[in-house]
Write a protein that binds this ligand. Structure first.
Ligand SMILES: Cc1cc2nc3c(=O)[nH]c(=O)nc-3n(C[C@H](O)[C@H](O)[C@H](O)COP(=O)(O)OP(=O)(O)OC[C@H]3O[C@@H](n4cnc5c(N)ncnc54)[C@H](O)[C@@H]3O)c2cc1C
Length: 362
C-alpha cells in the first residue's frame, strides 16, 4: 500500500517482530521510518544467545542457542502468506520436530517455523535498509506543535516525528503512554506478562541418544526441552547436545528474584530427572525472561493494535495481537495498515476501526 499522504516521519520504538513488521510496511509505503531499540540488535524475544565458552581442548567456541521463542506456528491466512514469502526468501524454514512421546497434548503433526541460522534474522531482514538505532532506550515521548520528540538517557533528541509507534511489552510501554493516552497506559500496566527462566547450554551426549528433538513435559518445572542442534540450519556435532530448556511460568514466577546460580542448579536437576540420567554439561547458563508471554486471554478482544490517528500514536505487540510470534506480526502489520488507511494526522479520513474509536475515547 503506498502512502496516500506526503511522506511522514515515523519513529518505531522496539525492533521485535511487531515493530519490524510495522516499520517494513510503513517504509515500503514511502514513509521515512527510524527504529529505536534498547538492545544491541533486532529480534526482541525472537532471540539467539551466542554462548562463548572454552572446550576441553582449550579452544574458544561460540554456540548459538535460540533462548527466546523456539519456533512458531502459522494459522492466520495473512501470517501464513507472510511466512510463505519468508520461506521463499530463505529467512525461514519449516521444522517438524520429533516429539518426545511423553509430551502429552502436543500435536505431533504441527509444523513450526524457525529463522535460519538464528531467530533474530527474521527481524533483521524486515528492517533491511531502514535506519535503526541500537542501545537506544527510549524513556519519554514529548509532544509539541503536533510533532513528537523522544527522550533517551535524560536527553531529548533533536529529531521530530509525525508518528510514534510503540512496539514493546505492555509494562514497558505504559510509562511512555501515561501523558498522552492514560487509558491505554492503565490497560497496558495491568497486563500480567508471564515470566520464564531459561536454561541453555552444551552437554556431552546422553548415554542413549534421545529419540526426540523437542519435549513438553506434562508436569513439573519444565515446559519445553529443545535440542537446538536438531533445528534446521544449526551447528551439529556428534559429541555435543545443544539444549534450550524453558521453565513453566508459575515455577518461574515463584523464583523471579532468585539468584541465577540457584535457578540453574534447580533446572539442571529437573533436566536430569526428566532424562533419568545426570547430564555432563560442557557449558551452561540461565536467562530470566521477565516478560516472556502475555496472558492467554486477549487483553482487548477485537483489537489487534491501538491507533490514535489524531495524535499519530500507535501501539502494537503480541499482547494485543493474540500472543506469540503470529500475534506480534499481526499486531504490527495491522497497525501499519491502519496508519496508511487513516491518512496520518487527517481528522476524519479513513474508516475508524474499533481500536481507533477506543483511542479517541481514551
Ligand atoms: C522463552 C520464550 C518462549 C516463547 N515461546 C514461544 C512459542 O513457542 N511460540 C510463539 O509463538 N511465541 C513464543 N514466545 C513469544 C514470542 O517470542 C513473542 O510473542 C514475540 O516475539 C513478541 O514480539 P514483540 O515484537 O511483540 O515484542 P518483543 O520481541 O519483546 O520486542 C520488543 C522490543 O522492544 C524493545 N524495547 C523495550 N522497551 C524499550 C524502550 N524503552 N526503548 C527501546 N526499545 C525497547 C526490546 O528490546 C525488544 O527488542 C516465546 C517467548 C519467550 C521469551
Amino acid at each position: 500500500m503506498r502512502a496516500s499522504n506526503p511522506s511522514k516521519r515515523v519513529a518505531v520504538v522496539g525492533a521485535g517482530l511487531a515493530g519490524s513488521a510495522a516499520a517494513r510496511r510503513l517504509a515500503d509505503a514511502g514513509h521515512d521510518v527510524q527504529v529505536f531499540d534498547k538492545a544491541r540488535g533486532a529480534g526482541g524475544r525472537l532471540a539467539t544467545r551466542r554462548a562463548e565458552w572454552i572446550d576441553r581442548q582449550d579452544a574458544p567456541r561460540t554456540t548459538r542457542l535460540d533462548h527466546g521463542a523456539p519456533g512458531f506456528g502459522a494459522r492466520d491466512d495473512r501470517f501464513r502468506a507472510f511466512v510463505a514469502e519468508a520461506v521463499g526468501a530463505g529467512w525461514l524454514t519449516p521444522w517438524t520436530p520429533v516429539w518426545s512421546s511423553a509430551g502429552l497434548g502436543v500435536d505431533e503433526r504441527a509444523e513450526l517455523f524457525v529463522a535460519v541460522p538464528e531467530m533474530p534474522r527474521l527481524c533483521r531482514e524486515l528492517l533491511a535498509g531502514i535506519d535503526c538505532g541500537w542501545n537506544e532506550p527510549v524513556e519519554g515521548l514529548l509532544r509539541g506543535g503536533a510533532r513528537w520528540r523522544l527522550r533517551r538517557r535524560g536527553v531529548v533528541l533533536p529529531d521530530e516525528y509525525d508518528i510514534v509507534v510503540l512496539a514493546m511489552p505492555p509494562v514497558q510501554a505504559a510509562p511512555l503512554l501515561i501523558p498522552h493516552a492514560p487509558g491505554w497506559a492503565r490497560t497496558a500496566a495491568r497486563v500480567a506478562m508471564r515470566p520464564c527462566w531459561t536454561l541453555m547450554g552444551i552437554s556431552e551426549p546422553t548415554r542413549a541418544p534421545p529419540g526426540w528433538q523437542a519435549a513438553r513435559p506434562p508436569q513439573g518445572p519444565l515446559d519445553w526441552l529443545i535440542r537446538n542442534e536438531t533445528k534446521p540450519g544449526r551447528e551439529r556435532r556428534d559429541d555435543e547436545i545443544h539444549w534450550v530448556v524453558h521453565a513453566r511460568a508459575d515455577w518461574s514466577a515463584e523464583r523471579l528474584e532468585a539468584p541465577g546460580e540457584q535457578v540453574q542448579d534447580e533446572l539442571e536437576a529437573a533436566v536430569d530427572d526428566w532424562l533419568g540420567e545426570s547430564l555432563r554439561w560442557k557449558h551452561a547458563l540461565v536467562h530470566r525472561w521477565r516478560y516472556a508471554l502475555p496472558p492467554v486471554e486477549a487483553v482487548e478482544p477485537g483489537h489487534l493494535h491501538w491507533w490514535d490517528r489524531l495524535q499519530g500514536l500507535g501501539v502494537c505487540g503480541d499482547f494485543l495481537g493474540g500472543s506469540g510470534v503470529e500475534g506480534a506480526w499481526l499486531s504490527g502489520a495491522t497497525l501499519a495498515d491502519a496508519v496508511l488507511a487513516s491518512g496520518t494526522g487527517a481528522r476524519g479520513r479513513g474508516r475508524a476501526s474499533g481500536a481507533d474509536a477506543a483511542a479517541e475515547a481514551a
